[in-house]
Write a protein that binds this ligand. Structure first.
Ligand code: ATR
Length: 266
């Protein structure tokens, strides 16, 4: 029951209506018996939204497109890892002090560890906020990074940051990689037939990961599976980043299977 004592959490994004964060966090709060509610807000202005967190004593927030970078200057402290990535996806309100973290990076790297990262050729498609978090995590674990991106300048900039190389989209078909990770929105509903990486460069034995999770089995993953590649779906990463947020806010480990099933049912 929502009462005057209920703690409020939220996601800040614009647009935000597609976000699955409210369903997973509300399910986890209920499961753990925590008196909290989680809502979605689509502010125009992130400075005002951060001010509202302070005014209404919102205990924590998830941050998504397009605020992950710009929110940093309005917070009181940024975790060194998030600072290095250049993006914050989690705010913790610690007695009025707003602290920024990034849980995307670990969430992307964790499911890849069992396949090996050190010394592997890892092709990242995209050069936005998600790509930055993924590339940072891979670089820390010794992966050799190849960035493919529509806008070359952004691709080159990210490749330089992680001591990787840039390949233009037209040359992606020539890439021989051990792991391919799509971090763009290509393949997301409603354009589910779009493929973010050329089919001919996906070969048996590769690991293929997609951050898109609507649908859970993207065309990229379907194609990879048909060629006997190991696959990692975007829902795994989404749940892992949400679970890490929940732990930062409550100190508790949520039931990630419950979170996953909640998204699949929603
Ligand atoms: P996010 O924070 O989710 O990573 P973003 O910062 O907007 O979002 O980055 C989106 C990435 O997807 C970018 O690399 C973008 O390519 P550009 O750098 O060329 O903009 C890529 N992307 C988005 N839509 C795309 C499309 N239709 N074709 C190719 N790349 C696309």
């Amino acid at each position: 029951m929502i009462t005057a004592a209920t703690a409020l959490y939220c996601v800040l994004g614009n647009p935000v209506s597609h976000s699955k964060s409210p369903v997973v966090h509300n399910a986890a709060f209920k499961d753990k018996g925590i008196d909290a509610a989680y809502l979605a807000f689509a502010p125009d202005n992130i400075r005002d939204a951060v001010s509202a967190i302070r005014t209404f004593n919102i205990r924590g927030a998830s941050v998504t497109i397009p605020f992950k970078e710009v929110i940093r200057e309005h917070l009181d402290w940024i975790d060194p890892g998030a600072e290095e990535i250049g993006a914050v996806n989690t705010v913790v309100n610690k007695h009025g002090r707003l602290m920024g973290y990034n849980t995307d990076c670990d969430a992307a790297v964790a499911p890849l560890r069992k396949f090996g990262i050190n010394g592997k050729k890892i092709c990242i498609v995209g050069a936005g906020g998600a790509a930055r978090a993924v590339a940072h995590g891979i670089a820390l674990e010794g992966g050799q990074i190849i960035i493919v991106n529509r806008t070359p300048a952004k691709g080159v900039e990210l490749a330089d940051r992680v001591e990787g190389i840039f390949m233009p989209v037209e040359k992606a078909g020539e890439i021989k990689a051990d792991v391919i990770i799509n971090t763009t929105s290509l393949g997301m509903e409603p354009d589910t037939e779009t493929l973010s990486f050329p089919e001919q460069a996906i070969e048996k034995g590769m690991v293929v990961m997609d951050v898109v999770y609507t649908p859970v089995e993207t065309r990229l993953l379907k194609t990879a599976r048909s060629k006997n590649c190991a696959t990692v779906d975007g829902l795994s990463m989404f749940i892992a980043q949400a679970a890490a947020q929940f732990k930062l806010w409550t100190g508790m480990e949520p039931d990630t299977e419950l979170m996953r099933q909640t998204v699949l049912k929603s």
